[in-house]
Structures are given as structure tokens and as C-alpha cells.
Write a protein that binds this ligand. Structure first.
Ligand code: FRU
Length: 517
């Protein structure tokens, strides 16, 4: 499959250089200044996809990522690395893991082996252990089925340098082509490490006392949930809901997402260290936008569940019109679980199961300190076109709205070149939408100029929204994060106007506009 990805890429690449030459970008702006985001992580140069091995250690967040430093298209995968003290400002670090004779370094996770169960620690230093897939490209090209295996590497200096384990791979494929993306957690009740692994159309769970010897426990999902594409990048998370442990399994899938291409679904249920039992078989998406994929959570962060996703889509990730680098990450998001409001389920074909939960995502609180308020309004009615910012003013990076009654509205970002991005709500359909059909460059991929939609999950009339905008991305968190949408867009010139529009007139309780400092 990856071999074909490379073939396709070569073809895309040729078409793309053709397309790019047709795009007239702002003459005064460089591609860097127009498209490099301010508060979303991007690699310095080259290609990036999935976040990997995210872990919190001694006050520092470590982000590893799928990286090809030598080109802006997918290629031989390394683990790039960055560190941050606050999840917002990241320092680039040297590449952590390079491909070797076993294969490229595909997605995976990292854990702190506090009790040195692996025996890889030295002189009382607990090892940091990375668990990842190695993809052996010559094996795939030769039509073999044994080219994806799981390996480990360890660091005794807080992730600065890594040593690959001499006995790699530690978990060999039973001759299954898609056998990848290990996400490992410590399971207290059984005192074992648990690995969730994506295996084509299902997830397999493995256990280990020491991160080296793995035993298969069970598999889940062959005939359940969404199957429009191959399952990838699982993450098994536990939440405390009123003293009871509830488990969530994230599964990314490509293609087959609700708005085309890549997307992440989730299942809520029970996990006993052996088997995952979902409470319901409803199909639920963590983010309904087209551009949040392969998201997983940080390890070693106590009760906090913080997720970062890759802010792109395999449909066009290799084609987006950035020059020095390709792809950004989503803002880090705090995850929580809430009971689903049963009155509001027109949008979900739900059994009347009282164990029906919704996964909620909100931007992490650390972002707050980086925003300054530009404008604050209370109790206003916006009709037709209400200009929020325009005429030479800097546009906000964040718009928070508390609306008295869920009415049709559009938040419109536009420029003098007839380009506009609309983030809105359709009350009749009970749907949020992001309209990027005329938001700038889109000819790099046929399906890019689209209007993705997302259901609303609450029955209340009142609605709250937080919209984050950062040059080429919009992230919508509605109803306290119950509906989330992430989408990319590429204006040829920066947007210069921002307005709130509503045919009926919209009653706003509070509105706050913020700038990222
Ligand atoms: C998901 C994915 C993973 C794989 C990696 C390769 O985007 O396809 O399944 O490990 O990317 O870069």
C-alpha cells in the first residue's frame, strides 16, 4: 500500500507543480508568511504526518512525529521531535529515530518504565521506552506480507538520545500486511502493559509484563463501527466518570470519514485488561471536520487526557500549497466524557442506552495565557452583516460566542479577492458547517473545495462556540466541545474582514474576540 502511495505521490507531484504555477499568491507575502501558522506546530522543513510517542516528563511535553526531512512529501519515515513547557510554544529537537535495516519508523507511542520492568534502565534511571512499527519497504514491494513489525527503543536522558533494542522486532506480524501503530499504556488492575494495535479492519490488544514479550489478548471491531477504510492509530484511554472507570478507544480510519477521507472514530466501553466491550455500536466521530487525523493522547500525564491530531487528510496532505514544509498539528485538546443528552439524538441512531457517552474536546487551558482580548460585547443583536473587524484592523485568532438561541448564522472571513471562509450553523438541519468552497487555492485536489458539516448533539436553545483561526486552519468547538470541526483553507491573500451574519438576527449574550500574542 505504501509503495503505491509513493507511486501516486510521484504522479500527484507532477500535477501539483503544474497547478502551483497557476496560483497567484499575494505578491507582498511569502508562502511562509501567508501559510506558516502562529500557534500550531509545524516542522521546520520537510514532511510531517501523525503525532507519535507524546509524553510528559519532568515538566516537559515531548512531541514526536512522522517525519521525512528531505522532501515535502511522504517518504522514508523518521521520528522528528519537539519539546514544550506549555503545549503551545515548541522547540525543535534533533531527529529521534532514523530508519534502519528493519525498516522505516512508523507511528507508535512512548511510556516511562518507572519500575524498569524492561530491564533497560541503568543506575537507577527509569528508561523512556518508545514502541513503534517498522515498515520494511523492500518487503512490501516484493509483495510479501511480513513487512510491518513492532520494535522498541529506549532513552536514559529524557528523550535526547535513543538506543534501539538489540532484539528488535519485539512483536512480529502473523503475516498480516496492516499490522501497526502500537499505543501502549500501563494497566494497573492486571499490572501489565497493554498495547492497542491497528490490524486492517480491527484492533488487537496485546499484554506484556516488560514491553518486550507480548501476548495477544483479544481483538475487537471486525463487524462493528465504521469500515470505509483501513483502521490506524488506536488509543485506549480511561476516564473517571463519577468514580467509575469508563474506557474510550480512538480509531483513526482512512478513507471513509464523515466528510471524506481521513477521520477518527471512537468507541466507549469497558476494558478489563483482556477484552474491550463497547457499550453501544453507534458510529461517533471525535472531530467531524476533514482535517484532524491520527490523533492520540499524551502518556504520563496523570488524569489529564490531552490529544494532538495531525491537521490534514490523506486525500490531499501531499498536495497542499505550502512550500518549505507540509502539515501542522491541531491545537492540543483536553478530552473528557459526558453523558449524551437523550433529547438531542435526532443525529445519532442511538439505542436508549444510559451508558451513551459523548467525547468532548476543548483547547487546553495553557492556550489562554497566549491570547489577548481585542473586543468584548454583551447582549447584542447582530443582523444581516455585523462587522466584527475590518478596515485595516488585525483579525482575531479566536472568537468566543454565547448565543441566546441557536439560529442560523455565518461567521465570515473574507478578503478583497472574493475569497471567503464561512463558519456557521443551519438551524433547520441542526448542523454546523465550514464552507471553504471559495476560500482560496483549492485546485490541488478535486474534493478540497467543500462544505463539511457536523451534527449538533444538544437540545438546548442556548449555544456556545469557540472558533480558532490561524492563517490556514479553523477549529470549531461548539456546545462546550461536544461538536468539533477542524478544516484547512488556503487564501491567496490574507483575510482582511470578519463579520457575523444572520438573516433572522442573532441574539448574542457575550462575544469575545482574541488575538494570539
Ligand atoms: C496514519 C499512518 C499510520 C502509519 C503512518 C505512516 O496516518 O498511515 O498508520 O504508521 O501513517 O507514516
Amino acid at each position: 500500500m505504501y509503495f503505491y502511495r509513493i507511486l501516486l505521490l510521484t504522479a500527484f507531484f507532477m500535477v501539483q507543480s503544474n497547478l502551483q504555477s497557476q496560483v497567484q499568491l499575494d505578491a507582498n507575502a511569502t508562502n511562509e508568511s501567508l501559510y506558516r501558522p502562529n500557534f500550531h506546530f509545524t516542522p521546520k522543513k520537510g514532511w510531517m504526518n501523525d503525532p507519535n510517542g507524546m509524553i510528559f516528563l519532568n515538566g516537559q511535553y515531548h512531541l514526536f512525529y512522522q517525519h521525512y526531512p528531505d522532501a515535502t512529501v511522504w517518504g522514508p519515515m523518521h521520528w522528528g521531535q519537539a519539546t514544550s513547557k506549555d503545549l503551545v510554544q515548541w522547540d525543535h529537537q534533533p531527529i529521534a529515530l532514523y530508519p534502519d535495516s528493519i525498516g522505516m519508523i512508523f507511528s507508535g507511542s512512548a511510556v516511562l518504565d518507572k519500575n524498569n520492568t524492561s530491564g533497560l534502565g541503568r543506575n537507577g534511571v527509569a528508561p523512556l521506552v518508545a514502541i513503534f512499527t517498522q515498515h520494511f519497504m523492500p518487503g512490501e514491494k516484493a509483495g510479501r506480507t511480513d513487512f510491518q513489525n513492532q520494535s522498541i527503543a529506549y532513552s536514559l536522558d529524557q528523550g535526547k538520545t535513543w538506543t534501539k533494542y538489540a532484539g528488535n522486532p519485539v512483536l512480529k506480524t502473523p503475516n498480516l500486511k496492516d499490522f501497526r501503530d502500537p499505543k501502549v499504556i500501563w494497566h494497573g488492575p492486571t499490572q501489565k502493559w497493554i498495547m492497542s494495535l491497528a490490524v486492517a479492519n480491527h484492533i488487537e490488544f496485546y499484554s506484556s509484563p516488560n514491553l518486550i514479550n507480548w501476548t495477544k489478548e483479544s481483538e475487537m471491531g471486525k463487524d462493528l463501527f465504521a469500515h470505509g477504510g483501513v483502521w490506524e492509530c488506536p488509543d485506549l484511554l480511561s476516564f473517571d466518570v463519577n468514580g467509575k472507570t469508563v474506557w474510550v478507544l480512538l480509531v483513526s480510519m482512512n478513507p471513509g470519514g464523515p466528510n471524506s477521507g481521513s477521520a477518527t472514530q471512537y468507541m466507549v466501553g469497558d476494558f478489563d485488561g483482556h477484552v474491550f466491550k463497547p457499550f453501544t455500536t453507534d458510529i461517533k466521530w471525535m472531530d467531524y471536520g476533514p482535517d484532524n487525523y491520527a490523533g492520540v493522547s499524551f502518556s504520563n500525564l496523570g488524569d489529564r487526557k490531552v490529544l494532538i491530531g495531525w491537521m490534514s487528510n490523506w486525500n490531499y496532505a501531499n498536495l497542499v500549497p505550502t512550500e518549505k514544509w507540509r502539515s501542522a498539528m491541531t491545537v492540543p485538546r483536553e478530552l473528557s466524557l459526558v453523558k449524551q443528552d437523550t433529547d438531542a439524538n435526532a443525529n445519532i441512531n442511538s439505542s436508549q442506552n444510559q451508558n451513551n457517552f459523548l467525547l468532548v474536546s476543548r483547547p487546553v487551558k495553557e492556550l489562554e495565557a497566549h491570547f489577548t482580548k481585542m473586543l468584548s460585547k454583551k447582549n447584542m443583536v447582530a443582523e444581516k452583516e455585523f462587522t466584527l473587524m475590518g478596515a485595516g484592523k488585525i483579525l482575531p485568532n479566536r472568537i468566543d460566542l454565547d448565543i441566546v438561541k441557536a439560529t442560523d448564522f455565518d461567521i465570515v472571513f473574507s478578503n478583497a479577492f472574493n475569497e471567503k471562509l464561512i463558519i456557521g450553523y443551519d438551524a433547520a438541519k441542526k448542523q454546523f458547517f465550514i464552507d471553504r468552497r471559495n476560500a482560496g487555492v483549492s485546485n490541488f485536489h478535486q474534493g478540497f473545495a467543500a462544505m463539511p458539516t457536523a451534527p449538533r448533539f444538544v437540545a438546548d436553545a442556548e449555544m456556545d462556540l469557540s472558533v480558532l483561526i490561524d492563517k490556514t486552519s479553523v477549529e470549531l468547538f461548539a456546545d462546550g466541545g461536544r461538536t468539533v470541526m477542524t478544516a484547512l483553507f488556503f487564501p491567496t491573500h490574507p483575510f482582511t474582514n470578519c463579520s457575523l451574519q444572520s438573516k433572522e438576527g442573532i441574539s448574542v449574550k457575550t462575544m469575545n474576540l482574541f488575538l494570539f500574542k
